[in-house]
Ligand binder design. Structure first.
Ligand code: C2E
Ligand code: MG
Ligand code: MG
Ligand code: MG
Length: 277
């Protein structure tokens, strides 16, 4: 389109394109450096059994701490790592750290680790994760992997092979961000997930929308019917928590119950952030 509109237009757009490209190249270099110097680490957000009120596990959420003390959120560097061919190295590093950290948590708690859609089309993913798990010595039953619906669908055949391998090894699989993305009912009836995580957008809105409330109810009923544990993510208000609990939701997660924090806070003798059940 730039060519058609003539030289002046091209000249006008070029500097921005260069700037974009330069920014990208710089960001990629920064990312490579951050991985090499282990500046990207998991933080941990607890999830809580709504009946027993116990922390039953922690979700690892990647954080890149820059030298100025600011944090780059995962949505800004996970896709970049995938495009730059750095995701395998980054994931191995994050997973190794998370498994090691989880060793010092109470034995009944689970480590929940996120896997992106792109990663699920990598046939060697299972082998690498299982190798690290074995090296660190975290019992397999203490690991749960979170995958998104689109991940399961994008390259269904490979995803299935990878998931089967992980499930056969005894790893639990959670379907993350349920309700967003592509239609998932066929996947659900076709595949035995251990957990469904209701997307936080539903949790944010179900109190003000009768329709959304019906959807949340239906997801919980679906989970109960299939024998799948239901987690609600993004719980910020006491009223949401109370309501979800009375609707029969099993597990809760969100800022109200605990924010993602650095490793130290997960230790048994650390001062735990206040909870609100
Ligand atoms: P997710 O797995 O669905 O994680 C939940 C996101 O919601 C996290 O954002 C978390 O910090 C945020 N959150 C938790 N509680 C609340 C709440 O009460 N209210 C609101 N508004 N947000 C809440 P975060 O840490 O920015 O991560 C975003 C996404 O990045 C994650 O979504 C996950 O899909 C991906 N991700 C994070 N770490 C990794 C990783 O190590 N590997 C891969 N492949 N993806 C990761
Ligand atoms: Mg998740
Ligand atoms: Mg989620
Ligand atoms: Mg998400």
């Amino acid at each position: 389109a730039a060519k058609k509109t003539g030289r002046n237009q091209v000249k006008f757009f070029e500097p921005t394109m260069h700037a974009e490209l330069a920014k990208r190249v710089r960001m990629e270099g920064d990312l490579r450096h951050a991985i090499n110097t282990a500046r990207i680490i998991p933080h941990y957000q607890p999830f809580v059994d709504l009946i027993t009120e116990e922390v039953v596990g922690y979700e690892a959420l990647a954080r890149w701490e820059r030298s100025d003390g600011t944090f780059v959120p995962p949505c800004d560097f996970i896709p970049l790592a995938e495009e730059a061919g750095l995701i395998v190295e980054l994931t191995d590093q994050l997973f190794r750290t998370a498994c090691r950290d989880a060793l010092s948590w109470p034995a009944h708690t689970v480590l929940s680790f996120n896997i992106s859609p792109v990663q699920l089309s990598d046939r060697l993913l299972g082998l690498r994760l299982l190798t690290i798990l074995g090296e660190i010595g975290l019992p397999i039953h203490r690991l749960e992997l979170e995958v998104t619906e689109s991940a399961v669908i994008r390259d269904a055949e490979t995803a299935r092979i990878v998931l089967d391998q992980l499930v056969n090894a005894g790893i639990k699989i959670a379907l993350d961000d349920f309700g967003t993305g592509y239609s998932s009912l066929s996947q659900l009836s076709d595949y035995k997930f251990d957990k469904i995580k209701i997307d936080k957008s539903f949790v944010a809105n179900f109190e003000n929308s009768e329709k959304q409330e019906k959807v949340v109810r239906a997801i919980i009923a679906l989970g109960n019917g299939l024998g799948v544990t239901i987690t609600a993510e993004g719980i910020e208000e006491q009223s949401q928590l109370t309501r979800l609990k009375s609707m029969g939701c099993h597990i809760g997660q969100g800022y109200l119950l605990g924010r993602p924090l650095a490793f130290d806070f997960t230790l048994p003798d650390a001062k735990q952030p206040e909870r609100h059940i």
